[in-house]
Ligand binder design. Structure first.
Ligand SMILES: *Cc1c(COP(=O)(O)O)cnc(C)c1O
Length: 299
């Protein structure tokens, strides 16, 4: 798949580019599409008829799974965190999109949702749906990491540093596998947690990566006026939309690290835009309710 790369101008003596994985699809997150590719192949060749997965009501992974399942001719079922979303469904652009793709839902209480990785829970799933292929929350598994390794290609060997956002760690693990020996991967976590490194190590077979912390903005799906202003200014200047949950925090962090001299002169840096823009309307609705400035992106 040929994905465009755009240059970003900075006042510093470095070369900065961004791989527009967000352009793979307007709603389906770039990296989620990558993660689904080999999982879908496995599901289809294993005669599965139903794709089952988990997520919150604004999950990029749920939207991507619904879309990809339809493309592959499979049914899909989303197990959604929070019983209240059964009646609020139309308030979630993600769930509305997934439903249009044919996804059916079951809404779980937070207590039930917490049990999702429990063996008894997956046994019950398989008993209820014997022809199901179950994907973990966030979509990260071995086949997903393999798909993410295809984000990088031989055309990228000129870069010294590759930067990406980190949620469950599948994307950075894939990049770490695909990187050339002189390349370093920097991951910018979108949430706080010491478990991240361990999760990444499960799939990355290499020490060519590092996490750059301090740009979580309070935690997963948390944001503040400074981040919103940064994303709006970046969009005004580059016409590249960033999402507030993942890529906005990563690019904010990269710009800050550049300004404070982390990278040597002449460094060639490639940012991976992993998508996530389908979450922007829901975030704006939340910001509006809190009477805070919103994201002004045409997405
Ligand atoms: C899910 C997601 C991530 C995080 O990817 P992981 O593989 O879970 O680390 C990053 N960016 C976007 C836009 C996402 O949707």
């Amino acid at each position: 798949m040929e994905v465009p790369t755009h240059l970003i101008r900075t006042p510093f003596p470095i070369e900065l580019a961004i791989r527009r994985e967000d352009l793979i699809h307007p709603i389906v997150s770039g990296n989620k599409y990558r993660k689904l590719k080999y999982n879908l192949r496995d599901a289809v060749s294993g005669q599965a008829r139903l794709l089952v997965t988990f997520g919150g009501p604004h999950s990029n992974h749920v939207a991507a799974t619904a879309f990809a399942a339809r493309e592959a001719g499979l049914s899909s079922l989303g197990l959604i965190r929070g019983e209240e979303w059964e009646t609020l469904l139309s308030d979630s652009p993600t769930l509305v999109f997934a439903q249009k793709c044919g996804m059916k839902f079951q809404f779980l209480s937070r207590e039930a949702y917490r049990m999702r990785n429990d063996p008894t829970f997956s046994d019950a799933l398989h008993q209820q749906w014997p022809h199901a292929f179950v994907l973990p929350e966030g979509g990260t598994n071995e086949l997903a990491v393999k798909g993410c390794s295809e984000i990088l290609g031989t055309q990228d060997e000129n870069y010294d540093i590759i930067c990406c956002s980190v949620g469950t760690g599948g994307t950075i693990a894939g990049l770490s596998r695909a990187a050339a020996s002189h390349q370093k991967i920097l991951g910018f976590p979108a949430l706080k947690g010491d478990f991240l490194k361990e999760d990444i190590r499960k799939f990355a077979n290499n020490d060519n990566w590092e996490l750059v912390t301090g740009y979580e903005f309070g935690g997963y799906a948390q944001t503040d006026d400074r981040l919103v202003a940064f994303i709006n200014a970046f969009y005004a200047e580059t016409k590249i939309p960033l999402d507030p949950v993942y890529t906005g925090k990563m690019v904010f962090g990269v710009m800050k690290e550049i300004a404070t001299g982390r990278f040597t002169e002449g460094s060639r840096i490639l940012l991976i835009h992993t998508g996530g823009l389908q979450g922007v309307p829901a975030m704006n609705a939340r910001l509006q309710r809190m009477k805070r400035p919103i994201l002004t992106l045409d997405v």
